[in-house]
Ligand binder design. Structure first.
Ligand SMILES: Cc1ncc(C[n+]2csc(CCOP(=O)(O)OP(=O)(O)O)c2C)c(N)n1
Length: 658
């Protein structure tokens, strides 16, 4: 191996050595502890240490790094106290996740690290968001995100590179090309000869280095970062390396030919670099021995502290409380006059006034820029707020949702518009695994509202009509609002944008231009988690939301003899149990109604809860009215048959006659 020290001082050369040795010695200790059954799992980075160490030391301490499972050198390089790091691996309170997540799955803003989730690829979108915030705030900082060669097959990798390329985001996408993804060799994972070839496809620069050569990695990252701070842009850095142990210790390395192992053993990043430094007289054997002793001592001390602590005592209240970032809503009443606004104008109004209120709020979505969005919610916004804050995105739902978390990491707010709620499937991981869980895992809030144009009735077929709120209802960490009228549409959107927690905001497309109401002109918020009694009654409670409110009202207008109480939930997560319970106690009969399909719908949960908590107040079984358990048909006749509306009247009569 050839080391070229260039202009770098002895101090830099020694720091790199210290970093690699530190990683190696901790790794070796972990392998012993694993054999002794003192730790449960280990993802070894032996053979790859030079990459994490070289990258980390080459960046400023306040530049974000998003490491993977083999990047111990990032954590030690950022000087995370050993005791806390080891405690994190042990799942104890002194770690970074209160025992809730394992190994390197944590972030710490203090150290400018955002750790991975197991899904690997989603990290790249988050890196985009951090880099976007840095760029918008003119911080002149780069962000670096790690990938394994296997992980690059994920769509998330592709999307994030594409977004970073188009937006000229200062992200260094590092690929540790170690020849295998778990046991799958490169030739079964991708066809390109080298990853730098992929850079060409994204229209970005690709740089390839010997990943076992810390000096080369350090020099490449240092040079790139200096240039990217001046001229922000995305760069792909391919580091050629080899994983000398199994994917994780239990999986072994039987599938790796011995010849390959021997070849890479000769390129060991520690031994080779140490020989070079000794030969160059940058260090002496005495220095090596002393450093080894020091690291050993520090490791033992850290382990002593970490192992002294036992697993946290579970406290259900604490666990539940940490699901969301703390927020107490101060409802803001409107102060001035109201004027007639359509549903769509109310949404647009709320968004515009929130943009004025929060200079750190960024909007992202397909065609939302000059075009104003396919439904024209953001029409004219670019003129008002500029292209930096009203961002047209490529068709990359996942990367954009990931970027929204990255913006949150940097203290910014964001709104992501799904062009149609149906397309949220492309960003499912980011919502349910990243946005929803990050606060609970390591205390990072996700200050994001995802707007979801939803619903059927427009003969738009199975992929432009879905009601998919139930997919998210099941996910702790999210909040869901679903207004049924213009007044609530504005107030709930403003409230959601105020709250630092992640929201799904459902807006029914059919109501956009068909519904008008008196809506206050100035900024106000509506209470989150509070249902509204749309119509008082005593015979039956109809618990519904969204389009269901309009269906119920229409049908009840044809049944003057029925005294029904119509409850518009407005917030689905958390839903207003008090209002529902009070109504059930009053009417003793319940219908839950929604446009979404029946099985596994939100109505099932509400019915179950009423059954559990208000059984004695019921005079009849709870009726559920929902759409058919099929996909949504295109032809209007079929769509009408699919929708719940046609079944309300019959069910209501049955319920009242029971
Ligand atoms: C979305 C997803 N699919 C599958 C896995 C299981 N898995 C974990 S690591 C891994 C291989 C990753 O390979 P690579 O990115 O090359 O990293 P390496 O382990 O080689 O360092 C797989 C398949 C996962 N974590 N996430």
């Amino acid at each position: 191996m050839k080391f070229v020290r260039k202009q770098y001082s002895d101090g830099v050369l020694k720091d790199l050595y210290d970093g690699i040795l530190r990683s190696r010695m901790i790794e070796e200790k972990m392998l012993i502890l694993l054999r002794q059954n003192k730790i449960s799992k280990w993802f070894s980075g032996i053979g790859q240490e030079a990459i994490a160490v070289g990258c980390t030391l080459a960046l400023d301490a306040d530049e974000y790094i998003l490491p993977m499972h083999r990047n111990l050198g990032v954590f030690t390089g950022r000087k995370i106290p050993f005791a806390r790091l080891f405690a994190q691996w042990q799942g104890t309170m002194m770690g970074y996740t209160k025992g809730r997540d394992r190994s390197f799955h944590f972030g710490t803003n203090e150290h400018h690290i955002v750790g991975m989730i197991s899904h690997l690829g989603p990290q790249n979108g988050v890196a985009d968001g951090i880099a976007l915030a840095s760029k918008l705030n003119n911080e002149k900082k780069v962000t670096l995100v790690f990938n394994g060669d296997g992980g690059t097959s994920e769509g998330d990798f592709h999307e994030a590179l594409n977004v970073a390329a188009v937006w000229d985001l200062p992200v260094i996408f590092v690929i540790e090309n170690n020849g295998y993804g778990l046991s799958t060799p490169s030739n079964e994972q991708f066809r390109c000869k080298a990853f730098i070839d992929k850079a060409i496809g994204y229209g970005i620069e690709g740089v390839q280095v010997d990943g076992n050569n810390a000096l080369e990695v350090y020099d490449a990252v240092k040079t790139l970062a200096e240039s990217m701070r001046k001229k922000p842009r995305a760069v792909l850095l391919e580091c050629l390396t080899f994983r000398m142990r199994g994917h994780e210790e239990a999986s072994g390395t039987k599938y790796v030919p011995k010849k390959l192992m021997d070849e890479w053993a000769r390129k060991d990043p520690l031994e080779n670099y140490e020989s070079f430094l000794l030969k160059e007289k940058v260090i002496t054997q005495g220095y090596v021995d002393e450093l080894r002793k020091k690291i050993k001592r520090e490791t033992e001390e850290g382990l002593g502290v970490a192992f002294a602590e036992s697993h946290p005592v579970a406290d259900t209240e604490v666990e539940l409380n940490d699901v969301h970032a703390p927020w107490t809503q101060q409802v803001i009443e409107p102060k001035t006059k109201s004027t007639e606004k359509r549903f769509i104008d109310a949404i647009s109004d709320g968004l515009r006034q929130s943009m004025e209120r929060y200079p750190n709020l960024v909007l992202m979505g397909q065609d939302i820029g000059d075009y104003g969005g396919v439904f024209k919610i953001t029409d004219g916004f670019v003129k008002l707020f500029g292209k930096d804050r009203v961002r047209n995105t490529p068709l990359c739902e996942s990367a954009i949702l990931g970027a929204s978390l990255g913006l949150s990491v940097k203290g910014m707010k964001s709104m992501v518009e799904m062009q149609f709620a149906d397309f949220v499937t492309e960003g499912f991981t980011q919502i349910v695994n990243n946005l929803a869980k990050t606060h609970w895992r390591w205390g990072q809030s996700a200050d994001v509202v995802v707007r979801m144009p939803t619903g059927a009735g427009t003969a738009a077929g199975p992929f432009h009509s879905q009601s998919n709120e139930a997919w998210f209802f099941h996910t702790p960490g999210l909040k869901i609002v679903y207004p049924s009228n213009p007044h609530d549409a504005k107030g709930l959107l403003c409230a959601a944008l105020e709250d630092p927690n992640p929201y799904l905001y459902f807006e029914h497309k059919l109501l956009y231009r068909s519904l008008k109401d008196q809506v206050p002109d100035d900024y106000y918020t509506t209470e989150i988690g509070k249902a509204k009694i749309v119509k008082e009654g005593s015979d039956v409670s109809i618990i519904t939301y969204g389009m269901g409110v309009h269906w119920a009202t229409e049908i009840l207008s044809q049944l003057p003899d029925v005294s029904a109480e119509v409850i518009d939930l407005r917030t689905l997560l958390p839903w207003d149990k008090d209002t529902v319970l009070a109504s059930v106690k009053k009417t003793n009969r319940v219908m839950v109604l929604h446009e979404d399909t029946l099985t596994g719908g939100i109505g099932g949960e509400i019915a179950a809860w009423i059954g559990e908590h208000a059984f004695h107040h019921l005079d009849a079984p709870i009726a559920r009215v929902a759409s058919l358990d099929t996909a949504i048909p295109f032809a209007p006749t079929l769509e009408n048959n699919f929708l719940a509306k046609g079944r309300i009247k019959g069910k209501l009569e049955e319920l009242l006659a029971y």
